[in-house]
Design a protein around this ligand. Structure first.
Ligand SMILES: Cc1ncc(COP(=O)(O)O)c(C=O)c1O
Length: 401
């Protein structure tokens, strides 16, 4: 079946039709569609384009690499080694890059293989609302998808159905219930992204760390969305002041280019070989060159301070009495932010999202939350303007609701 959108005809993908614009170009925080209409980007390819679209410095290193060497597969390359050393310098203490991939889900699957190889055990404990990707191995770490995706493999994970509750005592109780002889690791997001964004209780990480130490199992922190400055620093795990055994990262490292990776402690490195890591495009030179450009660019910025300001302004804005009277709840951390309605039965966020899009601001949404994840180079002025637009659209929607 053919569809028409903005005068272009294309086959099928109805899931794109809920986003009724066709994008053409982008620069910094501005995106243009094929009709030349300009949008302010508060989406950043789902929190990925932290350094802004079409970043000149990053473009330059990528273009230089395009003219030098693309893929290498089994062989290490100079640019790959350079990327590893730059990332090692900013990882939490005791962690080093073990391997690169192209997508986040591949990196999560490798982290699972590594935890299994190191412990000789099978099961992974995960949390219902924490998203880790859409391969079969990662999708079913989350509980909310099976209905639409059909049955998944069940033998490898125990999903904790904490239903949004993350009080440390309760989490400890859930973890103890989920524990068994065959558990290799616990995996979680340090700030819930895809199903939120939602900030976890500040003792959540410490509770999981303590549990992992007590039971001699591996703690895998999925920083694919939160890493590379999205949440007030290089990684949330650094800020909390203790080291995970494994971190998976992606998104922000590529600023839109597909590159992801796994970092682990020295004691886990020796198990890497037996997991037979790697894939056709893993660690390709183009991705590694972008990673070098991204880390260099980020080192020149003060994104930790910027994301703190974004968060502060966002909370103050939506805690104003007029939004509170609608029951709006701001949440999230740094540049990974959301609003939702106190009333959990409210599932029309897509309608508000479309109003905001029509008013030339790009965000993203779930049924009951609107996500705000701008490029981190955004000026405070633009951010404020973007929130004004969202505020106006909520007001318009509530008047007829
Ligand atoms: C926390 C987290 N983990 C894993 C993934 C999967 O990454 P990818 O879509 O690159 O496979 C995502 C993607 O949104 C994510 O946010």
């Amino acid at each position: 079946m053919k569809n028409t959108l903005s005068g272009l005809s294309f086959h099928r993908p109805e899931h794109y039709l809920q986003y009724p614009i066709v994008l053409k170009s982008a620069k910094g925080t501005n995106i243009k569609d094929i009709k030349g209409k300009a949008y302010l980007d508060l989406f950043a390819v789902m929190g990925t384009v932290n350094c802004g679209h079409n970043n000149p410095g990053i473009n330059e290193v990528l273009i230089k690499q395009i003219k030098t060497l693309w893929g290498a597969n089994l062989f290490p390359t100079d640019i790959q080694l350079e990327a590893i050393s730059k990332i090692n310098a900013i990882l939490p203490e005791d962690l080093e890059v073990a391997v690169f991939y192209s997508t986040g889900a591949e990196a999560v699957e490798q982290a699972i293989r590594l935890a299994r190889a190191a412990t000789g055990r099978n099961r992974i404990i995960s949390f219902k609302d924490h998203y880790h990707g859409k391969t079969h191995g990662t999708l079913f770490l989350m509980q909310s998808y099976p209905d639409c995706y059909g049955p998944g493999p069940d033998s490898y994970r125990t999903v904790i159905e904490n239903d949004g509750k993350d009080d440390p005592d309760l989490i400890e109780e859930y973890l103890n219930e989920a524990m068994g002889d065959d558990v290799a690791a616990v995996i979680f997001e340090p700030v819930i992204g895809y199903s939120g964004p939602r900030r976890l209780h500040k003792k959540f990480l410490i509770t999981v760390r303590r549990f992992c130490d007590k039971n001699n199992i591996i703690m895998i922190v999925d920083e694919i969305l939160t890493g590379f400055q999205r949440c007030k620093g290089w990684f949330v795990s650094c800020q909390e002041g203790f080291n995970p055994d494994i971190i998976v990262f992606g998104k922000g490292l590529g600023n839109g280019y597909p590159i992801s990776g796994v970092a682990c402690t020295e004691s886990l490195f020796k198990y890497m070989k037996q997991t037979i890591p790697g894939s056709t495009f893993a660690g390709n030179s183009l991705g590694c060159s972008v990673a070098c450009g991204v880390v260099d660019f980020m080192c020149q910025q003060n994104f930790a301070e910027k994301t703190s300001r974004l968060e502060k302004y966002f909370f103050e804005f939506f805690l104003q009495p007029r939004y509170q009277s609608y029951g709006i709840k701001p949440d999230g951390m740094g540049g990974l932010l959301s609003i939702s309605f106190d009333d959990p039965s409210f599932t029309q966020m897509q309608e508000i999202y479309i109003h905001v899009l029509q008013d030339c601001v790009i965000t993203s949404h779930t049924n009951n939350s609107l996500r705000v994840t701008p490029p981190l180079i955004i000026t405070m002025n633009d951010f404020e303007k973007g929130l004004e637009v969202i505020g106006k659209c909520i007001h318009r929607f509530m008047e007829k609701y």
